[in-house]
Design a protein around this ligand. Structure first.
Ligand SMILES: [Fe+2]
Ligand SMILES: [Fe+2]
Length: 135
């Protein structure tokens, strides 16, 4: 069974956003696969990089969408993204310095963060965009 399951509860009913969130889940699962296969630090760093790159892409996309449509709590939403990005960069540095964080701890952190962010924060903008006739 995959480490993180996608389920309909996580859907915002916005096709492009749901697609991107599913891709993030996929990348977390790829990282888990690499950890469980006991890949070396280099490989873990490579997979984590891909996850971080895609996370940044997704955040940029979401922020541009919210900013364009004057989402009232855009600054708070962006601040949540920035805080996560900062944490992941910090963990990446630990990999680079040869002092990687515990991979299972990192995986659990990412899984919980993504799930809670989608359910508690992202889900709030879906009705707003629907009201604006954007989606
Ligand atoms: Fe978000
Ligand atoms: Fe999101």
């Amino acid at each position: 069974m995959a480490f993180m399951q996608w389920n309909s509860e996580l859907e915002l009913q916005i096709v492009e956003i749901d697609r991107q969130h599913q891709r993030l889940v996929e990348l977390i699962n790829q990282f888990d696969d690499a950890v469980q296969a006991q890949q070396g630090v280099e490989m873990l760093d490579k997979v984590l990089n891909e996850l971080l790159d895609y996370t940044k892409t997704h955040f940029k996309f979401e922020e541009a969408l919210l900013a364009k449509h004057g989402y009232p709590t855009y600054p708070e939403h962006k601040a949540e993204h920035d805080a996560l990005a900062e944490k992941v960069v910090f963990m990446q540095d630990m990999f680079k310095e040869g002092n990687p964080p515990d991979s299972n701890m990192l995986l659990n952190f990412l899984k919980i963060w993504l799930k809670e962010h989608i359910l508690d924060v992202d889900k709030q903008y879906a009705p707003y965009l629907q009201e604006q006739g954007v989606v």
